[in-house]
Ligand binder design. Structure first.
Ligand SMILES: Cc1cc2nc3c(=O)[nH]c(=O)nc-3n(C[C@H](O)[C@H](O)[C@H](O)COP(=O)(O)OP(=O)(O)OC[C@H]3O[C@@H](n4cnc5c(N)ncnc54)[C@H](O)[C@@H]3O)c2cc1C
Length: 468
């Protein structure tokens, strides 16, 4: 209609309110679902479809006010225009889902499907527990309540904050729109993980680049795991000699724990993988297949690489709702005691997982170990007793190094290996791959989410005959 209205009254008088960056030709999804077309063929960027000269207002309408010829948008603006087009369509009420994100490393490499990482949230909420299907918009710990996006105030006696973290693709120039082009993927989002697998399959000849951003991340091993899988895939499909594989990381090291880093350096050398330390991705030019990196040790200096495949690990940070609350430290993470997981200022608030400022690597394995400590801490606080169980910072990263090998890194707050098995876990092992691909998902769905799995500490003791 905007094209028709432009022809009728001139572009200057017409505006379109549309929040989405992409527009889809939905009828094609019948064929996409049957594998006859790719989703990307049904997608165009909204920018390319708005007629030139017509104003595009990238917001959501929150309120219609036809008596005053205006609408109010989600950023609080009142908009009036001579001819305004708002074409809302209809709403699909999908069931909300929860994902076992660690599996996405294997999904991006074509070894698992997204659907195996998904369960409906409804099936995971313990029976009898109330599920409030809203987003928290504001924390008010001084009044013991939160406000949700539907404007309700919900009060609590005890609050456990487990918000996870926010992915910031938009902090890289050219993204997220760049994902509309082929050759780019990211295992970090359910929206883009399949694009990694597509980019791997479509690879012909050139640079395959894998990035690590200049922020804290969840699963610090995942940005390089997909590189090892790509290397294996190219070898399997006879393309390895045509691929120049690069790992461009903001960090000054390949991995934070020396024992495992030494093994990984060995692997990158023997497999001819190029590691560029202190290189931070700042721009993607998907039309030219170029990626721009800043050299963190030479401020102001950048380097441009052409790519045939690009895997992006986005910058990450705390959610805005948390950052603007009184619950956080200077960096915006939930400010809790590193031993007991209780909030430093509000004793009836607790935290777990990626949203916290616990000085350990952010992983699901860490969440499991934290869950048993938090269980104990809360039980004691409820009885007016002092918490007594301490979290040692246990975290784990199964470093997938091929389609059948893993180095199982496990360590604590001090960066000291805290290994479950009485073998050298810095070696690549097939047994650890099956642990990662098949055993850990079960532990997650049937152990951690049911409140039975609190990390491997008791088994570590047994395996080491009580010595660890
Ligand atoms: C590619 C990849 C590979 C990984 N590999 C591993 C691995 O091998 N091993 C490992 O242990 N870990 C791995 N991880 C990390 C692991 O998945 C995370 O550390 C873990 O899921 C963190 O759990 P969480 O509960 O803190 O956050 P999440 O699982 O992200 O959950 C946060 C929840 O908060 C909800 N939420 C957000 N905002 C609001 C709001 N305003 N109001 C209400 N609810 C809100 C979200 O909907 C979500 O349900 C990997 C992650 C990725 C992406």
């Amino acid at each position: 209609m905007s094209a028709r209205m432009k022809r009728k009254v001139g572009a200057g008088k017409v505006a379109v309110i549309e929040p989405s960056e992409n527009h889809y030709y939905q009828p094609l999804w019948t064929l996409v679902g049957a594998g006859a077309k790719a989703v990307s063929t049904s997608r165009r960027s909204t920018a390319s479809l708005i007629p030139s000269g017509v104003k595009w207002i990238k917001s959501q309408v929150q309120e219609f006010n036809p008596d005053k010829n205006c609408v109010r948008t989600d950023d609080g603006k009142e908009i009036s225009y001579e001819y305004l087009i708002v074409a809302l369509g209809l709403k699909l009420h999908y069931e909300k889902n929860h994902y076992y994100q660690p599996l996405w490393t294997l999904v991006g490499a074509g070894a698992k499907t997204v659907s195996t990482s998904r369960r409906s949230t409804a099936s995971l909420i313990p029976s009898g527990v109330k599920w409030i299907k809203s987003q928290v918009q504001e924390f008010n710990p001084d009044k013991n309540c939160v406000r949700t996006d539907d404007g309700k105030e919900i009060s609590y006696e005890y609050l456990i904050v487990a918000l996870g973290l926010k992915l910031h693709y938009e902090k890289i120039k050219g993204l997220p729109e760049g994902f509309n082009y082929p050759k780019i993927g990211s295992n970090y989002s359910v929206e883009t993980v399949d694009k990694t697998w597509k980019a791997l399959q479509d690879f012909k000849e050139g640079n395959a680049i894998f990035t690590f951003p200049n922020t804290p991340v969840k699963c610090a091993g995942a940005p390089q795991k997909i590189m090892y899988l790509a290397d294996s895939y190219f070898r399997k499909t006879g393309k390895r000699s045509k691929a120049n594989i690069m790992y461009n990381t903001s960090l000054p090291v390949l991995f934070g724990i020396k024992k495992y880093a030494d093994s990984l350096w060995n692997i990158v050398k023997t497999r001819d993988l190029n590691v560029n330390l202190r290189h931070n991705l700042i721009e993607v030019r998907p039309d030219k297949q170029e990626a721009v990196f800043e050299k963190l040790d030479n401020p102001g200096e950048t380097v441009v690489f052409e790519y045939e495949m690009l895997h992006v690990t986005p910058p990450m940070g705390p959610h805005e709702v948390l950052k603007k609350s009184t619950l956080v430290d200077e960096a915006g993470w939930l400010d809790i005691d590193k031993d007991m997981l209780q909030h430093k200022k509000y004793p009836n608030v607790f935290g777990i997982g990626d949203c916290t400022n616990l000085p350990t690597a952010k992983t699901a394995a860490a969440v499991a170990a934290q869950s048993s400590v938090l269980d104990r801490t809360i039980s004691r606080v409820m009885k007016n007793e002092k918490p007594d169980k301490r979290y040692d910072g246990y975290t784990s990263c199964p470093l997938v190094t091929s389609y059948n090998t893993v180095i199982l890194a496990e360590f604590d707050y001090n960066g000291q290996p805290l290994e479950t098995f009485p073998i050298d876990q810095s070696k690549e092992r097939m047994s650890m791959f099956y642990m990662k691909a098949d055993v850990m998902p079960h532990l997650y769905w049937h152990g951690l989410l049911k409140g039975f799995w609190g990390g491997p500490a008791p088994y570590r003791k047994i395996m080491h005959l009580g010595m660890k």
